[in-house]
Write a protein that binds this ligand. Structure first.
Ligand SMILES: [Zn+2]
Length: 494
């Protein structure tokens, strides 16, 4: 069913579960390293392989990380809680159970405010709990990389046991047609928040942040929520938005045709933008949760929690309010800067000496355009805020005009070196030598005698053509304003 039609008939209710791998040096319950991309099965030991007799020990830095996340999400940090065993059998889980938390999560009852198209939504957080990641299965020989049609499968346990934080929202009602945007805004804000805490690199493309998106529909005006589906491991912000949208369209089609929604997990396909059926959803009792007998309970002292709270950095929402005031941005300008991922880059450029207006201009115009052309994020461009500030300093000193500055940007991005090296190698300085400029102007006047006569006879506007000729002769490196002054002076028209 078409999206607009679906929204006219049904009201969506969302729920989002997000898994975030913490960037600790070692795993959750053993000393194995956690680096991404190592040779398969080289970062493993008896504990994370679940060998008999191996005993887990809780990673202090991971607990510190999750408490920071909980505090930043306005959660209550409980005084006492336990880990639980979640029993299920899966090839990428060497112990055949996952150490997680069940009815005693560490952080509860928080919220995160997000903005979608100028409206603020308060997303209630039900819980934030600590668990360990699973390994990875690799299905070889099939066309799709899925298990169907594969010749054989391989498992890599390097990821097994990496600290994983799960953040679960309460149901998010009343977002209407903005549901896909609200879901995306939440994932975006959460990623920014966790990144600002420095506890994870939150890279969705590497799987260190993964979203499961729950969607249900109820007829408009109904009191009871519909059956929900859970779309697993959506791995980009754009996909979060698309997955919600496509699931609303699909469910509306099923419901309006008299069908019923099956409670199940679904997979999102990047190529088609659609979800397909996964497995029917397990109930909690299928996991036979029980308190983990090999670990002591967690009882973070109030002093420690207060210390961690005091250590939190400025959070993204507060930072946005501050830079909006400092840089005198309208709401729309701020939104553009945020959406472009330019807040930190502009801040760093200002810190390196540029004024805020110029820093914003370069990042939002010239550099955003080039990032779009190359299909990369702004912060992936091979130029640093310090280099942008250096180029702007040369503009401010009159050594470069904007046109030349753009050539310096081009050179730096092309790997030709630092701004000063590009200026030297390409010979890009503004012609500021008066004698040189004067002799170029004399030549231009001689070559354009008819135009020069017009200026002499009082048609000052005609001088523009001579300024253009000077700029052409200097390959854009003259100061156009100064050239104009000298021309008028020489022609007695000043
Ligand atoms: Zn290990």
């Amino acid at each position: 069913m078409k999206y607009d039609e679906a929204l006219a008939k049904y009201e969506p209710v969302l729920g989002i579960e997000t898994h975030i791998e913490l960037g600790t040096a070692s795993k959750m319950f053993c000393g194995c390293p956690t680096g991404f991309g190592a040779e398969p099965n080289t970062q493993v030991c008896p504990v994370c392989l679940g060998l008999p007799g191996a005993l887990p020990v809780t990673n202090h830095a991971a607990i510190e990380g999750i408490i920071k996340i909980g505090l930043a999400l306005n959660c209550e940090i409980v005084e006492w809680c336990r880990f639980a065993r979640k029993n299920y059998f899966y090839p990428d889980m060497p112990k055949n159970f996952q150490i997680s938390q069940y009815d005693e999560p560490l952080c509860v009852n928080g919220f995160l405010e997000v903005e979608a198209e100028g409206e603020t939504y308060r997303i209630e957080i039900e819980r934030v709990h600590m668990e360990e990641d699973t390994g990875k299965s690799l299905h070889v020989g099939g066309a799709t990389g899925r298990i169907q049609g594969a010749d054989h499968s391989l498992v890599d346990y390097n990821r097994a046991g990496i600290p994983l934080v799960e953040i679960v929202t309460k149901p998010i009602p009343a977002t209407g047609e903005k549901a896909p945007l609200v879901a995306r805004a939440y994932a975006t804000e959460l990623r920014e928040l966790v990144r600002s805490l420095g506890v994870s690199d939150v890279r969705m493309e590497e799987g260190s942040m993964r979203c499961d998106v729950n969607v249900s529909l109820m007829p408009r005006g109904a009191a009871e929520w519909g059956t929900r589906t859970e779309t697993k491991n959506v791995n980009s912000l754009r996909s979060v938005e698309r997955a919600v949208r496509s699931e609303i369209e699909r469910q509306a089609g099923v419901l309006s045709g008299g069908g019923r929604i099956v409670q199940e997990t679904r997979h999102f396909h990047e190529d088609t933008g659609r979800t397909t059926s996964g497995r029917s959803k397990e109930e909690a009792q299928d996991y036979r949760y029980f308190p983990e007998p090999d670990l002591v309970p967690m009882a973070p002292s109030r002093e420690w929690v207060a210390e961690l709270k005091a250590s939190l950095p400025e959070l993204p929402a507060a930072r946005r309010r501050r830079v909006q005031a400092e840089w005198a941005l309208s709401d729309l300008e701020l939104r553009d800067v945020v959406n472009a991922g330019a807040v930190e880059l502009i801040e760093a450029t200002v810190a390196a000496g540029a004024d805020a207006g110029a820093a914003r201009k370069w990042w939002m115009n010239e550099l955003s355009r080039r990032a779009t052309e190359q299909g990369v994020e702004l912060d992936a461009l091979p130029i640093t805020p310090e280099q942008v500030a250096r180029i702007q300093a040369m503009v401010a000193a009159g050594e470069l005009n904007d046109k030349l500055a753009r050539q310096v940007f081009e050179g730096v991005l092309a790997g030709e070196g630092a701004p000063d090296e590009v200026v030297a190698a390409r010979g890009l300085k503004v012609v500021s030598d008066e004698g040189e400029l004067s002799s170029i102007i004399d030549r231009v006047i001689a070559d354009n005698a008819a135009v020069a006569d017009k200026v002499r006879s009082g048609k000052v506007a005609a001088a523009g053509a001579l300024v253009g000729a000077v700029m052409k002769a200097t390959r854009g490196q003259a100061d156009a304003g100064r050239a104009r002054e000298l021309i008028l002076e020489k022609l007695g028209a000043s």
